[in-house]
Design a protein around this ligand. Sequence first.
Ligand SMILES: Nc1ncnc2c1ncn2[C@@H]1O[C@H](COP(=O)(O)OP(=O)(O)OP(=O)(O)O)[C@@H](O)[C@H]1O
Length: 238
Amino acid sequence: MAEELGKKYPRGWALRESTLTIPAGRVVALVGPNGAGKSTLMGMVTGLLRPTTGRIRVFGDVPNGRGMHPAVAFLTQAKPLYPQFTVAETLKYGRHANPGWDQAYAEGLVERAQVPFEAKVGTLSGGQRTRVALALALGKRPRLLVLDEPLADLDPLAREAVLETLVQECRGQGITVLLSSHVLAELEDVCDHLVLLTDGRIRLAGDVDELLRAHAGRPGMDRLSRLALAYMREEVAA
Ligand SMILES: Nc1ncnc2c1ncn2[C@@H]1O[C@H](COP(=O)(O)OP(=O)(O)OP(=O)(O)O)[C@@H](O)[C@H]1O
């Protein structure tokens, strides 16, 4: 839950007066043009960035901008895994770093992705690395999983596989997901709530079904991807 949330960098405001609620147990798409403030918002949700203005609460706590909330897992495109660690060592690190770690579950995810435990992370393909990063994030048994363009470097087959695992696991366990991506069509299949940012402000937020209903009959707005694109192009009057 964020109220009047804002973040100012030396160059200016990255996010302004943003009030929103991420509904629990849902898969929420966070979209917007480059520089709209998506990563900044995610940084404050995960507790890694301190807000300049406003308040944010995550599971009743106020993140202090100094470290990740224990119930939150964060996965970015960069996937900062140690390249010289093997997959098994990476999971061992996960066990070490997270009190609620579920080793059997994390190993199961890696096995299902057919990634060899003895392989060094630096030798894995982008898709395999993402599966290991996802196992590391889910092994923590988070209540909220924040994903900042985690699929950006994957081929369409790998994207599909990762998204499928993600949605299956998160829906099955009631994990709330906040997922940013520029591939709007892909989000259509997996997300049931949308938050759209433009120029550091929340331009549109709501359940996908309700948003589509509210825009029914308007040309080119019969799908989430086209609706979002119209808002991103500022074709829709404020
Ligand atoms: N550490 C930083 N220092 C200064 N300015 C920053 C910093 N991080 C982001 N910004 C600026 O804040 C604004 C929002 O950036 P942010 O990365 O949140 O956008 P984004 O929506 O995630 O963009 P993209 O889709 O390109 O990843 C941009 O103008 C960016 O240049």
